[in-house]
Design a protein around this ligand. Structure first.
Ligand SMILES: Nc1ncnc2c1ncn2[C@@H]1O[C@H](COP(=O)(O)OP(=O)(O)OP(=O)(O)O)[C@@H](O)[C@H]1O
Length: 484
């Protein structure tokens, strides 16, 4: 099979790459020093339209990616098989089940274990042997966010550097300042017992005097600054680079200029340099870019784990107004014990109103709202994940891509619709569904308040071919039954 069709086949579902939100990471003021830390996460631009009625605008992918990294504490579960396309199909495919099998330097093994990694993740099992092979092999790897790609290439970079040589040997390019800092943190953590290896950030604000010759073995940064450092200012010799990593390729190509800058950096590197490219999704544009950056690649892919509705009990409640919907919600809360719930509203305005009403009723409510900065959103989700609040009220734009696993009850205060008002089945599934065969049982309650929303509910029901039962929220006995 040709690589193109192979890539294409896997990616139809990924290609529908989410149209996400209205958030942009703002340019930061100039900062000094190379030790910028994660508390320097950038600010989001508040939405000028404020209280607009629908949130159909797009989240910047970089912001979403960052948010996901900030809130995630574990690997994302995935039961699919890793697909491998080798440059040389005759060479045996080598994969590892333990980190010991990789014969890592003891300092790195210690670093890996101190981060709480017991065994390689699915993608790491296959990617690490390829990346650590001699002679070095080029790699394009795609798997959804949270499956262990960053940890994999960080380990590869740290394994390849020679700490006795005091000049850059590994370059890692990230799409934004904040994402570069996040990856830098992983390098620092994983390399904590390997103190001879040093890291420098090629990011805006880190101004070095002309004539500087870098001594650090690893340079991580954004494409523009990285290009300046090696091309214009000659802070290091690109011909001595052994490993070039391009992270978040799908986010990278969203920003004008990043593609060209990355390609220009790549052109300065020696032919023998190992090229590694990572992406969470793999639409055609990413694939075309990847082929320009990585010659003769091995390719590995891990299909996204799909959510299912199999373990979910679904109900709908008939109401006439948002006040009635609120009353129904209160009745449900009065009848059953809900550990934690997520409530989705269509607009920011409704979400704000509902959060206020629920708080007045004595609930501990967290609100995710469109005008919040990335950092604030992460803090809200973090608190909710820790159980400090029991109800999370949000709009879909805010919560897209966020999995708060312990939530067993999801309430669609408004049903998900696309911008034309048609049922948004994909969003419905993402809000309510569970991944993996062993997904916990869940409860979904849909609020219907018009003929139109009833129509939408029916279409969702038809689409998934799963019955959504009616629930009478004035009948406490009936409500109690749904929890059993
Ligand atoms: N082998 C492992 N065992 C346990 N946890 C791991 C392992 N590898 C990575 N993790 C953890 O899983 C989470 C996700 O890993 P990582 O950030 O490397 O994923 P990613 O695929 O790079 O995600 P993204 O696309 O968002 O960058 C992190 O919290 C990381 O510390």
């Amino acid at each position: 099979m040709s690589t193109d069709s192979w890539a294409q086949a896997v990616d139809e579902q990924e290609a529908a790459a989410e149209s996400i939100g209205n958030l942009q990471i703002k340019e930061r003021p100039e900062e000094n020093g190379t030790t910028a830390n994660a508390t320097n996460i950038g600010a989001a631009t508040p939405d000028a339209t404020g209280d607009k009625s629908t949130e159909d605008d797009k989240d910047d992918r970089a912001a979403q990616s960052l948010l996901n990294k900030l809130i995630r504490s574990n690997l994302v579960k995935n039961t699919n098989q890793v697909e491998v396309l080798q440059k040389d199909p005759n060479s045996p495919l080598y994969s590892v089940r333990t980190f010991e099998e990789l014969r890592l330097k003891p300092q790195l093994l210690q670093g890996v274990y101190s981060m709480g990694f017991n065994r390689p993740s699915k993608i790491q099992e296959t990617a690490l042997p390829m990346m650590l092979a001699e002679p070095p092999q080029n790699l394009i790897a795609q798997s959804q966010s949270g499956t262990g790609k960053t940890a994999a290439f960080v380990l590869a970079m740290l394994s390849h550097v020679d700490p006795s040589r005091k000049y850059p040997q590994c370059l890692c390019v990230s799409p934004t300042y904040e994402l570069a800092l996040q990856t830098g943190k992983v390098i620092e953590q994983m390399g904590q017992y390997y103190s001879e290896v040093k890291l420098v950030y090629a990011i805006r604000g880190n101004k070095l005097p002309r004539g500087t010759k870098l001594q650090e073995q690893i340079v991580i940064g954004t494409p523009g600054t990285m290009l300046d450092w090696c091309g214009k200012f000659k802070f290091f010799d690109p011909k001595k680079i052994l490993v070039f990593v391009l992270d978040e390729a799908d986010v990278m190509i969203d920003t004008q200029g990043h593609q060209d800058q990355s390609i220009r950096i790549q052109r300065m590197l020696p032919q023998s340099c190992q090229m590694l490219l990572f992406s969470a999704t793999f639409e055609e544009s990413v694939w075309n870019f990847a082929k320009r950056i990585v010659p003769d690649p091995n390719i590995i892919k891990l299909k996204r784990e799909e959510e299912t509705l199999d373990t979910i009990k679904q109900y709908y409640v008939l109401c006439n107004s948002r006040e009635e919907k609120f009353k129904a919600l209160c009745n449900i809360y009065g009848a059953i014990t809900i550990a934690q719930a997520m409530i989705f509203c269509h607009t920011r305005k409704t979400a704000g109103w509902l959060a206020g009403e629920l708080s007045r009723e004595g609930h501990q409510v967290a609100l995710l709202s469109g005008e919040m900065q990335v950092e604030q959103r992460a803090a809200v989700i973090e608190r909710f994940r820790e159980g400090k609040e029991k109800v999370l009220v949000t709009t879909n734009v805010c919560a897209r891509g966020i999995d708060v696993e312990q939530v067993s009850v999801v309430i669609n205060f408004d049903l998900p619709v696309d911008k034309d008002g048609n049922p948004d089945n994909e969003t419905y599934l993402h809000r309510i569904g569970r991944t993996g065969r062993f997904g916990k049982r869940g409860l979904a309650i849909n609020m219907v308040d018009s003929k139109m929303s009833m129509n939408i509910l029916n279409k969702i029901q038809e689409h998934f071919n799963k019955k959504i039962e009616r629930l009478d929220t004035d009948d406490l006995d009936e409500i109690e039954k749904i929890a059993s």
